[in-house]
Ligand binder design. Structure first.
Ligand SMILES: [Zn+2]
Length: 98
């Protein structure tokens, strides 16, 4: 299965500058970043949980509820999820990127 990509400003490599990078996320909110040198996505080992959650939350804000157009970020032990008040549901970034 091909994972959907999104762009975020971050510093995912300790040896590279802060900039705009392509990321993917899987259902347990593991973040991967496109490594230009390797030519494939690689797990973001040097990104703290706090920064990971910020990157995921920022992208979640771009994927509001299709019915009410709102999104509220909630924290779970696996990381942020989006939710809204109009329906009893929540979604991960993977759900949002489908
Ligand atoms: Zn809603």
């Amino acid at each position: 299965m091909e994972m959907k990509q999104f762009l975020a400003v971050a510093k995912p490599f300790s040896t590279e500058k802060r900039g705009t990078y392509s990321f993917t996320v899987d259902s347990d909110n593991t973040l991967s970043v496109y490594d230009d040198v390797a030519g494939h996505f690689t797990t973001c080992h040097s990104v703290s949980k706090l920064v990971r959650n910020r990157i995921i939350s920022q992208e979640l804000l771009r994927h509001p509820c299709p019915e009410c157009g709102k999104v509220r970020i909630i924290d779970t032990k696996n990381g942020p999820r989006g939710t809204c008040d109009c329906a009893d549901r929540s979604w991960t970034l993977v759900d949002a990127l489908k």
